[in-house]
Design a protein around this ligand. Sequence first.
Ligand code: SF4
Length: 89
Amino acid sequence: MGKAKAKPVVWIEEGCIGCGLCAHYCPTVFQLNAVTDESRVRGAARCDGVTDGNAYRRSPLVEGLPATVREEVGEVIADCPMHTVRMSG
Ligand code: SF4
């Protein structure tokens, strides 16, 4: 029996400048907070349903997201001007 594959976890470190690139590339996972302009990981995309930076909770992404999400998050990680987006798993 194979080892269970870890679910990816996406989070945002301190330092986001709210440029909006992540929400543009991957709106399934990211949205900008309308008040602070900082990026957040959408509750609808997370197992805990909470919308925040996910830096402390580290809630994994839910099953059933579009297959392109991992690739999109990878592009966001490469292109975020502040290097504040992380993904593990
Ligand atoms: S791409 Fe980076 S700096 Fe821009 S809004 Fe997203 S997390 Fe913030």
